[in-house]
Every structure is written in structure tokens, then in C-alpha cells.
Design a protein around this ligand. Sequence first.
Ligand SMILES: Cc1cc2nc3c(=O)[nH]c(=O)nc-3n(C[C@H](O)[C@H](O)[C@H](O)COP(=O)(O)O)c2cc1C
Length: 177
Amino acid sequence: MRKKDLSLTGNERTLDPDDLIVTKTDLSGKIRYGNRTFYKFAGYGPSECIGVQHNIIRHPEMPRTVFKLLWDTLKAGNEIFAYVNNRSRNGDHYWVLAHVTPSWSETGEIIGYHSNRRAPNRAVIREHIDPLYATLMKIESSSASPKDALAAGEKHVHDLLASKGMSFNELMFALGV
Ligand SMILES: Cc1cc2nc3c(=O)[nH]c(=O)nc-3n(C[C@H](O)[C@H](O)[C@H](O)COP(=O)(O)O)c2cc1C
């Protein structure tokens, strides 16, 4: 995709409790559908998003490890709940709690992916997600290569989950979604 200006305003947009942001993608993560609330928060129109990779709203302070976990989970045919910070077109940001899941054909094949997001629990972000993601960003940036960065980030998440005896989704629910 085109190189983007990833400047940030520091201004946070917040979802109302009844806001639901929906997108659907193809198998490669290209957006096939967005609802009105998605375009409102993203700041882009449908013609700018349809057929474009979902990283169009990627926030530069989101750890790569989280997206690796997301894609590994989806490709294995499973669903994931994750806190995601997104970047609006003008550099504002908005936190969501995302549920992302494969879409299945009648014959049991994955034909795309689907995500619903709603307003996240602020206290969980402040107390747990911000520190976790900051740690992952630090681990990733201090690694020798992009490959090492993901391996080290994954190890951190794996060790954290092992210490709690939980899966990633279980941890998200235990924190309070
Ligand atoms: C259904 C679906 C929804 C997604 N939603 C988002 C999203 O809201 N924000 C985001 O940054 N990435 C989202 N992703 C992940 C992106 O495809 C991508 O992995 C991520 O933005 C990291 O981009 P990068 O690989 O360029 O670093 C989604 C992926 C899928 C399959």
C-alpha cells in the first residue's frame, strides 16, 4: 500500500456504549465491507477502503505481536478477542475491544474474516493493556531483527499465559471485557 503519514494528534475518540464497528475482509485481510460506524471512526470513505488492507487504520504503537497472534488464531480457524488501538485518518486514535472470527462456507472452508468491535473497558486498558502493549513494543524494538522481535514478543505472551494457566481469550475475559 501507499506510504502513509503516520502522524498522531494525541486526541482520543471514544465509542458510545451502543456503537458497533463492523468490517469484513477477504482471506488476505483486504476490506470487503465496513459499516457506517467504521467509516466514521476511520475517517475514510468506502471507496478508499474496499479492497485495501485493514492496516490502513493501523496505529504505530500497536505491537506487531498482537497482530501475529490475531492472524495465527484466525488461520487456525479460531476466534479472538483483543484490545486494539486504531488510528483515524487525521491522526486521532480510538480504542476498541475487537472480536475477530473466520467466516465459513457451507462446506467448512474459511472464506474470509469478520470483526465486530465495541467500546472497551477503560480500566482494563489503563491497568493491563497499556502496560502489556508497552512491554511488547519495548521487546520488539530491542530485538535484532523483525523475526526476532516477533519471536520474543510471542514468548512474552506465551509465558504470561502459561503463568496464569489461561488462553489469550480467557485472559481477556478474566481482565474484564
Ligand atoms: C477481520 C479483520 C479485522 C481487522 N481489524 C483490524 C483493525 O481494526 N485494526 C488494525 O490495525 N488491524 C486490523 N486487522 C489486522 C490487519 O490485517 C493487520 O494485520 C494489522 O493492521 C497489522 O498491519 P501490519 O502487518 O502492516 O503491521 C484486522 C484483520 C482482520 C482479518
